[in-house]
Ligand binder design. Structure first.
Ligand code: SAH
Length: 244
């Protein structure tokens, strides 16, 4: 039986202090860390003992890149090392976790997954716009805007829908949202680098979303559409004033 073990750690949306305490403890025990591009390099300070392998470089994440990552995980685990696989956000959300778990299961390596703060919830926190609302927003969908063929494709599955991987194609996303039946006055919020010191939030509607492109260019962004993109309102008679 192999003695190695792989722990998948959700590093959160890009600021080192949004990792969980459990994730941090696992990082501190690691002998090898395979890190994604969107994880904060500051996390290295917490595992100076480990060999760090950057597997998130541009061009590394396509199909053959994924095969190489799987091979590295298997190689280090079978060599008996404690391997940490550090992934941006939460490992279970658009993180190719299935392929990596399958590769390790195929050679009998034990695994553990430690959750992380996914970009959708980091964006909700950043914008002070809750994803669910009592009586109005009962469902939330997390949707990748990209099909396997790298075509942009929106959807309309929930009261609030959060789109990943559309940040560089906001104009095309706006068209696709309309085609999916979202009315043009539906609220949309765009948050880039959510959770980070330089986060940006902008608010629009489906008809005006394309105007957000310049502000978020070149930055990881999620696009929240529907009830969860509207400002949180203050109930009448609560004695509180509404936020601007
Ligand atoms: N596993 C990650 C998602 C990986 S897919 C998670 O759970 O968050 C990469 C996409 O995530 C990016 O294209 C972008 O849409 C989104 N993303 C990642 N970090 C982000 C951040 N800090 N702010 C906004 N969106 C982010």
């Amino acid at each position: 039986m192999p003695s190695g073990h792989v722990v998948f750690i959700g590093a959160g949306p890009g600021a080192a202090d949004l990792i969980t305490l459990r994730g941090l403890a696992a990082l501190q025990r690691a002998q090898v860390v395979l890190a994604d591009a969107l994880t904060d390099p500051a996390l290295r300070e917490h595992a100076p003992q480990a060999e760090w392998i950057d597997v998130g470089k541009r061009g590394f994440a396509h199909a053959t890149g994924q095969a190489r990552i799987n091979a590295l995980l298997v190689e280090h685990a079978l060599a008996g090392r404690q391997v940490a696989r550090l992934k941006g956000g939460d490992p279970s959300i658009f993180g190719r976790l299935e392929e990596e778990l399958q590769a390790l299961a195929g050679v009998g390596v034990s695994c553990e997954v430690i959750p992380g703060v996914t970009a959708a919830v980091a964006a909700a926190a950043q914008s002070l716009r809750p994803l669910t609302r009592r009586g109005q927003g009962r469902t939330v969908a997390l949707t990748t805007a990209m099909t396997l063929q790298h075509a942009l494709q929106a959807g309309h599955h929930a009261d609030t829908e959060v789109f990943y991987m559309a940040g560089q194609q906001l104009g095309a996303l706006a068209h696709s949202l309309s085609a999916c039946g979202w009315p043009s006055d539906t609220a949309v919020s765009v948050v880039s680098r959510a959770g980070c010191a330089d986060a940006r939030v902008s608010t629009h509607n489906v008809g005006t979303l394309a105007e957000a492109a310049a502000e978020h260019a070149g930055r990881p962004a999620v696009v929240t559409v529907g009830v969860g993109a509207t400002p949180a309102t203050v109930a009448a008679g609560s004695g509180l004033t509404s936020p601007a």
